[in-house]
Design a protein around this ligand. Structure first.
Ligand code: T3D
Length: 255
């Protein structure tokens, strides 16, 4: 069991709760290690992961009381943040970031590397780094210009002001903002849908979209063909087509 996160699995859905509510779930070394560990050792039964925060925040970013991290930011990023971010992007199952409250600094960027980001309307995203004289990290300068364009990325990063969940959704930085009253139910419904879906195809889609930031069209068409070849040999494809022809809902096993 873990100290800084809560982790549980039910009906194919793993829920990972960042759990240091007194400090708005600030990231310390232990939390980075535990998030990484939980996501890289998922049992086979898991077909969707929901990552969220306990209390009123999602995550306030780096724990600013941690002197050791502050003494070697470069080392901390390379040795602790990178493995955590890659554990999200490389996770076998799709990851939903359920942003229940403020997501600041590396906490915002941890959410933004997830496959789907759903935020409660009262939540906000803050590229807080320049408030303390730092530059955005944790993949923010990679992901944000790609999702919202350079003008909005620059505004967010230079002004370090909160961007509301609604604004983030309107800009295409996240998938959707839900009224607070519908948030838990909305997240659960989305997680259920992914956990019941063609898990192997989802993994390929995530790899294709990631590769599209680097590939030219030739390389991307080749990768699509390869991954569609794989999908075409899956049990879920057989089931999907059979269910369509039998006019019933497909029952995917994720294989
Ligand atoms: O390795 C490295 O260091 C490099 C990596 C850097 C990556 C980064 O993430 S840098 C950016 C770090 N994060 C921030 O600068 C955000 C700091 N927090 C805030 O700006 C605000 O707390 C929030 C906007 C997140 C929330 O504001 P509010 O007013 O709702 O809550 P609050 O009162 O500020 O915070 C509640 C408590 O959480 C408070 O403690 P207290 O007074 O009740 O004892 C506050 O100090 C604590 N807290 C919030 N964020 C952090 C934190 N404690 C440690 N580290 C934090 N990041």
């Amino acid at each position: 069991s873990y100290e800084t996160i809560q982790f549980g699995i039910r009906d194919g859905i793993a829920t990972l709760i960042l759990n240091r509510p007194d400090v708005m779930n600030a990231l310390n070394s232990k939390m980075r290690a535990e998030v990484t560990e939980a996501l890289t050792t998922l049992p086979e039964e898991v077909r969707c992961v929901v990552m969220t925060g306990s209390g009123r925040a999602f995550c306030s970013g780096q724990d600013l009381t941690d002197r050791a991290a502050a003494a070697d930011l470069e080392g901390t990023l390379r040795k602790e943040y990178e493995p955590m971010l890659r554990a999200v992007t490389g996770c076998r199952a799709p990851v939903i970031a359920a942003v229940n409250g403020v997501a600041a600094g590396a906490g915002a960027n941890l959410a933004l590397v997830a496959d789907v980001v759903i935020a409660a309307e009262s939540a906000s995203f803050i590229q807080a780094f320049t408030r303390i004289g730092l530059v955005p990290d944790a993949g923010g300068t990679f992901a944000i210009p790609r999702s919202v364009g350079a003008a909005r990325a620059m505004g967010m990063m230079l002004f370090a002001e909160p961007v509301s969940a609604r604004q983030a959704a309107d800009w295409g930085m996240i998938w959707e903002a839900l009224p607070d009253a519908d948030f838990a139910e909305g997240v659960a419904a989305r997680a259920r849908k992914l956990a019941d879906g063609p898990t192997a195809a989802y993994l390929s889609i995530r790899q294709l979209v990631a590769a599209s930031t680097q590939n030219d069209m030739d390389a991307q068409l080749a990768l699509e063909a390869k991954m569609q070849g794989q999908a075409g040999r899956s049990a879920d494809f057989v089931e999907g087509v059979t269910a369509f022809l039998e006019k019933r809902k497909a029952v995917f096993t994720g294989r």
